[in-house]
Design a protein around this ligand. Structure first.
Ligand SMILES: Nc1ncnc2c1ncn2[C@@H]1O[C@H](COP(=O)(O)OP(=O)(O)O)[C@@H](O)[C@H]1O
Ligand SMILES: O=c1ccn([C@@H]2O[C@H](COP(=O)(O)O)[C@@H](O)[C@H]2O)c(=O)[nH]1
Length: 209
C-alpha cells in the first residue's frame, strides 16, 4: 500500500471542525474509499492522579494539555501501515477512559483538533493542512449549546472557562497557526464548495501515487 495521505483539520473550538470532518468522511464513504479519523481530543493527557476540583481548573487550550508525542507516534505507525491503540477521553471527568480502540491504517487519514497546526512536531507529518475559520462569537454560541447538552457544563462554567483560557489561548496559539494552513475554510462544517475542492485534491493525489 502507498503511504497514506494525512489531512489535518484545525480551527477554534466550535468552529465546525468535527462537522466538516464528518462531511468529508461521508463524501469518501459514498465512493467506498476507506478513511480513518483521529481526533486530537482523544490525546488529552490522563489526569487520574488529580482530584476533580484540580482537573476542572486546568488549561485545556494549551498545546501541553495534549500528549502530542503519542499522536506523532500513532501517525507515523499509520503511515507505515500499522494499526494503533487509539485512546478514549471523557470531557465530563477530564481524563482518559480505560478502553482503547484498535484503528487500522487507511489510504486517507483525517486528523482533527484545535492545536494541530500549532505543534512543530506534528506539522511535517501532514500532506494537507486545513484551517476552519469561523468568527469567535459564532464559535462561542455553538460551544455554549454543545457543552451544556453534551459535555456536562453549565452556562457559568462555559463562560468562566472561555474568559480564563479558551479565548486567550485561541489568540496565542490557534489564530497564528492559520497562517501555516494550505486551505482556509469559511462557514464551518457546511461549506460544500470547500468540501468538494478538498475531495478533488485528495482524489487526484491518490491517483498520482
Ligand atoms: N455551519 C454550521 N452551521 C450550523 N451549525 C454548525 C455548523 N458547523 C457546526 N455546527 C454545529 O456547531 C456545534 C460545534 O461544531 P463542531 O463541529 O463540534 O465544532 P468543533 O469540532 O470545531 O469544536 C455542533 O453542534 C455543530 O453541529
Ligand atoms: O477535559 C477537557 C478537555 C477539553 N476541553 C475543551 O474542549 C475544547 C476542544 O474540543 P473541541 O471539540 O474542539 O471544542 C477545548 O477548547 C477545551 O477547552 C474541556 O473543556 N475539558
Amino acid at each position: 500500500m502507498a503511504s497514506p495521505l494525512i489531512i489535518a483539520i484545525a480551527g477554534a473550538s466550535g468552529s465546525g471542525k468535527s462537522l466538516f470532518t464528518e462531511n468529508l468522511l461521508n463524501e469518501f464513504a459514498q465512493q467506498g474509499r476507506p478513511v480513518q479519523i483521529l481526533r486530537e481530543d482523544h490525546y488529552y493527557r490522563a489526569q487520574d492522579h488529580l482530584p476533580m476540583q484540580e482537573r476542572e481548573k486546568n488549561n485545556y487550550d494549551h498545546p501541553k494539555a495534549f500528549e502530542h508525542e503519542l499522536l506523532v507516534k500513532h501517525l507515523l505507525d499509520l503511515k507505515d501501515g500499522k494499526s494503533i491503540e487509539y485512546p478514549t477521553y471523557c470531557y465530563k471527568t477530564h481524563t482518559r477512559l480505560p478502553n482503547r480502540e484498535i484503528l487500522d491504517s487507511a489510504p486517507v487519514i483525517i486528523v482533527e483538533g484545535i492545536m494541530l497546526l500549532a505543534s512543530p512536531d506534528l506539522e511535517p507529518l501532514y500532506d494537507v493542512k486545513i484551517f476552519v475559520d469561523t468568527p469567535l462569537d459564532i464559535c462561542l454560541l455553538r460551544r455554549i449549546k454543545r457543552d451544556i447538552a453534551e459535555r456536562g457544563r453549565t452556562l457559568d462554567s462555559v463562560a468562566n472557562q472561555y474568559e480564563s483560557t479558551v479565548k486567550p489561548m485561541y489568540h496565542q496559539f490557534i489564530a497564528p497557526s492559520r497562517f501555516t494552513a494550505d486551505v482556509i475554510v469559511t462557514q464551518g462544517g457546511e461549506n460544500y464548495i470547500a468540501l468538494d475542492v478538498i475531495k478533488s485534491h485528495i482524489q487526484q493525489a491518490l491517483l498520482n501515487e
